[in-house]
Design a protein around this ligand. Structure first.
Ligand code: M6R
Length: 366
């Protein structure tokens, strides 16, 4: 049931504050402000490295997870799309752990990667929405994302729930490995706990502006998304979402890669969506944005209050303003305008938003 929403995708976007609350209640101890044992069902203190394998949006969640596990738990992480991972013959230490992220729990390539890791003796963790799935059944530890059924082919709430669970796991891993102190854990957990309220605010505040912008995007042939740090996988997620449902060609790039190729594409017909929270990379990303603007690219800046202030009177096609939040939760908060932008663009184009052409919700063939 879509309730009073036009599409399941719209409903699922707006459900995020609620489902993230569910996910948090399973992985967070709200009284102690700590990560619950559910987040550390794998003994991270002993593993030398982590391997993450998944497809599509789940893979992009895994890439963000990689940044977190490296930063907070100081664990080396290998993250790859499952269709490459399974064939690469990766030398993996058998003491390592491997995670498979999948909404459906049935994706053929992800399952094949899991079996490869199992044969090699790794500890297997499944970050899944469907608990009764093959991937869940074949794992040593299950990390349910608790997003509830996701009907829209374009993944939205499963993505932010995957991120929430991965964030809790990375903090838990950091505690086990002694790289996150108790005080740091409490501070990080407090940021996670703020998410539902912040998300509800953002869903309301950006709506009118995003709709206006979507009208402009629906007339474009190509769109470039840029980001640095965890905003880089998010840039790829933004591009994936837009192409899936609006059929507009989009690319997501690491901001620093702009001058290594994609800058050649930029002219006055090319919107460049820059995901730039005011983090330690902000200045670098802004300088990439200025390079794009100098070539006539129409800039859509997605930033926060501090970022907007630091930019001064920069000319943009639009600036989407989000609240200032801790670096840990930026990917979840910044996902929202990105999802809404893809959604409303597709609505303007009149495509079948919930069942875009050529795509299936669950990809059980290789
Ligand atoms: O069920 P899974 O999470 O394993 O599916 C993986 C991808 O097929 C999926 O995320 C796909 O990329 C979505 N359509 C993205 O919106």
């Amino acid at each position: 049931d879509k309730g009073n929403h036009r599409h399941f995708m719209e409903k699922e976007i707006h459900e995020q504050p609620e489902v993230i609350s569910h996910a948090l209640s399973a992985y967070i101890d709200f009284i102690e402000n700590k990560v619950s044992p559910a987040a550390t069902a794998i003994d991270f203190s002993r593993v030398p490295s982590l391997a993450i394998s998944a497809c599509g949006t789940a893979y992009l969640a895994g890439l963000i997870g990689k940044y977190w596990f490296e930063r907070y738990a100081r664990l080396p992480v290998e993250a790859d799309v499952a269709s490459e991972f399974r064939y690469r013959n990766i030398p993996l230490p058998k003491e390592a752990a491997a995670f498979f992220i999948s909404q459906s729990g049935e994706t053929a390539d992800t399952l094949a990667s899991l079996r490869y890791c199992r044969e090699n003796g790794l500890a297997i963790g499944a970050v899944v929405n469907a608990r009764e799935s093959t991937i869940a059944r074949e794992s040593d530890a299950i990390f349910p994302i608790l997003a509830g059924p996701e009907i829209g082919v374009a993944s939205t709430k499963a993505f932010t729930c995957q991120l929430t669970v991965l964030a809790a796991m990375a903090i838990g891993a950091g505690r086990m490995r002694g790289t996150v102190s108790e005080t740091e854990e409490q501070a990080l957990v407090r940021h996670l706990v703020e998410m539902p309220r912040l998300m509800a605010g953002v869903l309301k505040s950006v709506q009118p502006q995003v709709e206006g912008l979507a009208r402009d995007l629906s007339r474009c042939r190509d769109v470039l998304y840029l980001g640095r740090g965890t905003s880089f996988p998010l840039a790829m997620e933004g591009a994936l979402k837009l192409k899936e449902i609006s059929y507009i060609h989009a690319e997501g790039y690491a901001a620093g890669e702009l001058k290594h190729g994609p800058i050649a594409l930029i002219d006055e017909n090319m919107p460049v969506i820059v995901i730039a929270p005011f983090d330690r990379f902000f200045e670098k990303t802004v300088s990439n944005m200025q390079e794009a603007a100098a070539r006539g690219g129409r800039i859509v800046l997605i930033t926060d209050t501090k970022g907007a202030a630091a930019c001064g009177d920069l000319q943009t096609m639009a600036t989407i303003l989000l609240p200032d939040v801790d670096e840990l939760i930026q990917p979840m908060i910044f996902s929202l305008p990105i999802q809404l932008l893809a959604y409303h663009t597709a609505v303007f184009m009149g495509t079948d938003v919930d069942q875009p052409r050529n795509l299936a919700k669950s990809v059980t063939v290789e």
